[in-house]
Design a protein around this ligand. Structure first.
Ligand code: FAD
Length: 341
């Protein structure tokens, strides 16, 4: 069999990281990324990019922990290399704060992040509305630089990038042996997934270089995440809202909520507003599928539906998707050698 041809549909975080894992695990594959949008016009460009896992109710916790651990380990190594500034990956310390003490004082990921511990009474004095808190150090991706860094690595490995909207995965059948679906919320139309829905998120980016620690209200409603150059303030979670237009009232509300946690943000400047649609499901869709039409087969690997936590688990799910692509290729090689006999 000639070099297997793999098409990855989608150039957000999930498509690019999956393409990179395929190149790393299958150097003989010819990989192309096909997408109607590239950075800076994807949902992934809007994300705050902090590594604090969101929980997927339909996925076993040990699997989610494995995905998070693989992602943390991968990005920690980048943050500790000469590539750190170009890739936008950096360590950030701060606090997750609770209005009421939670039942479980340590989440499943507490031994993956660095230095996890309950906040001291003295630290909690900073947040008089909150009773309990967790202090830790995690990683943050400044999203557009990280996506560009991934694109650069893919191009260096010979991966072709095509601007193309795919209306039906069967369009790719004559050109590619395996198709990998990383279309994010686009999978709702592309493969008619009714279990996939948008959770709209609006964030505000500001210049406030004195803010060095992250602050996250544990219900996820309000957060302050300092990046290398800008601070991301959030947020909103609006289920089934497909609107990508920023809402000025929401911007003011986010800003007011963040100022109540970090009053110095009153002096922030250069405000920019971003909106994205989190591709949400009960669980990430990460599986192989053999589509069949009139006796013809198309091998597909799905990797989408990362909702509010794509950055936190992307490397783990990309590695698993690449493993599934490897299984497809092994099956193709098996059937082509049987055909020769
Ligand atoms: P996308 O980035 O949307 O990429 C999908 C790609 O597929 C795009 O390139 C699109 O053009 C392409 N595509 C779609 N349909 C087609 C088609 N038919 N043909 C061709 N191409 C197609 N996660 C965290 O872990 N930490 C955070 O702090 C965080 N903050 C967030 C804040 C906000 C406001 C939002 C909205 C999200 C946040 N997330 C966060 C979640 C994270 O952004 C997502 O989980 C992640 O970006 C999903 O990546 P993706 O590649 O699946 O989707």
């Amino acid at each position: 069999m000639a070099a297997p041809k793999v098409a990855v549909v989608g150039a957000g975080l999930i498509g690019l990281s999956t393409a990179l894992c395929i190149v790393e695990t299958c150097p003989s594959c010819s990989v192309a990324v096909l997408s109607d949008q590239f950075s800076p016009n994807t949902t992934s460009d809007v994300a705050a990019g902090i590594l604090i896992p969101h929980t997927y109710p339909g996925t076993a916790i040990h699997v989610q922990k494995q995905w998070f651990k693989e992602t943390f380990t991968y990005l920690f190594a980048i943050s500790n290399s000469a590539e750190a500034s170009e890739s936008g990956i950096h360590l950030v310390s701060g606090w997750q704060i609770f209005k009421n003490t939670p039942k479980e004082e340590s989440p499943f990921w507490s031994d993956v992040v660095l230095g996890f511990r309950p906040m001291s009474k003295a630290e909690l004095q900073k947040f008089p509305q909150h009773q309990f808190g967790q202090a830790f150090t995690t990683l943050k991706c400044d999203c557009p630089p990280y996506l560009l860094w991934l694109e650069k690595r893919l191009k260096a490995a010979g991966v072709q990038m095509y601007t193309r909207k795919v209306s039906d995965l069967w369009e790719l059948h004559s050109e590619y042996n395996v198709v990998v679906n990383c279309a994010g919320i686009g999978a709702h139309h592309l493969v008619g997934d009714e279990k996939l829905f948008p959770i709209r998120g609006q964030v505000v980016e500001v210049h406030a270089p004195w803010v060095k620690n992250f602050i996250r209200d544990a219900d996820g409603s309000t957060y302050i995440y300092p990046g290398i150059h800008r601070v991301t303030l959030g947020g909103t979670r609006e289920k089934e809202n497909w609107s990508l237009s920023p809402d000025p009232d929401t911007t003011k509300d986010i800003f007011d909520r963040c100022c109540s946690l970090e009053p110095s943000l009153q002096g922030a400047q250069d405000v920019k507003v971003k909106v994205g649609l989190r591709p949400s499901r009960q669980s990430v869709r990460l599986n192989r599928e053999v589509l069949s039409q009139g006796g013809v087969k198309l091998l597909v690997v799905h990797n989408y539906g990362h909702g509010a936590g794509g950055f936190s688990v992307h490397r783990g799910t990309a590695k698993e998707a690449a493993r599934l692509v490897g299984e497809c290729i092994a099956a193709l090689r098996g059937s082509s050698s049987r055909a020769k006999l």
